[in-house]
Design a binder for this molecule. Structure first.
Ligand code: GLP
Length: 242
């Protein structure tokens, strides 16, 4: 793993945006794996600025998001579909038809999970680059600590700590969905390159466990120790427990 230590969130966002911009310059029809949460907001803003300046284009890009809350639709302002439009897709020249997010309103969850995995497989032999944040409990996407790593897209019950962590985005904790659809470790580990960004001391324990602890489904991000091309972009606070 390559670790890029940054002074703060803004520097981390700039470092991450530069990696994605280089990817798009090198391969304009890249297939991107995208993440939500507060961490990638700065990266997306910088990518939108680069696009507005004509330095990069998303015209030929396809995207697959990691996850979506289960039980809310794309019009809900806390859905990840809404987040992606609000933070990136509405500000760049991407074709909406080329963006993919699991359907949080799917009635047949198993069929939706299969559809999402099959679509990725039909589109590419591994995403070109996968962006990740990390949960305070070490989750990636919505792969929560568990007894096993799950390979494919699946429905997960969110941990109480994850519901607590994400309650800040909802009017009340009760409104946070209790489950989510997330890609599994196969999507993440098959990506040609993984970039994981962590900022703030609230992530320090998870970052240490990811980098220094055993590879275990109790710390889902620890599986990245087995990936051949991972870049960890973290600020000093997030690296503070190493
Ligand atoms: C959310 C998302 C993750 C994200 C993580 C951290 O629950 N499902 O993809 O990485 O939690 O979020 P944040 O960046 O807001 O700390």
């Amino acid at each position: 793993m390559k670790i890029i230590e940054c002074a703060n969130y803004d520097e981390a966002s700039a470092a991450c945006a530069d990696i994605f911009a280089e990817q798009l310059k090198k391969k304009p029809d890249s297939i991107l794996g995208l993440a939500t949460g507060s961490t990638p907001v700065g990266t997306y803003r910088l990518l939108a600025e680069k696009c507005a300046r004509g330095e990069i284009s998303f015209k030929r890009v396809k995207t697959f998001n990691l996850d979506e809350y289960y039980g809310i639709g794309p019009g809900h302002d806390q859905s990840y579909a809404y987040f992606m439009r609000d933070n990136l897709f509405d500000h760049v020249d991407i074709e909406p038809a080329n963006t993919n997010i699991p359907d949080g309103l799917a009635k047949d969850v198993g069929a939706e999970c299969r559809r999402y995995d099959e679509l990725q497989n039909a589109t590419c032999d591994g995403l070109d680059i996968q962006l990740l944040g990390i949960g305070p409990n070490g989750h990636i996407g919505f792969n929560e600590p568990d007894d096993v790593f799950t390979a494919g897209t699946h429905l997960v019950e969110l941990e109480a700590s994850t519901i607590d962590a994400n309650a800040r985005f909802f009017a009340s904790r009760d409104e946070v969905p209790k489950s989510a659809l997330t890609v599994g470790m196969r999507t993440i580990m098959n990506a040609k390159k993984v970039v994981i960004v962590a900022s703030g001391e609230g992530k320090a324990a998870a970052v240490r466990a990811m980098l220094d602890g055993p590879v275990t489904p109790r710390v889902p991000a620890s599986i990245l120790q087995l990936h051949p091309d991972v870049v960890v972009i973290a600020d000093s606070a997030a690296l503070g427990k190493l």
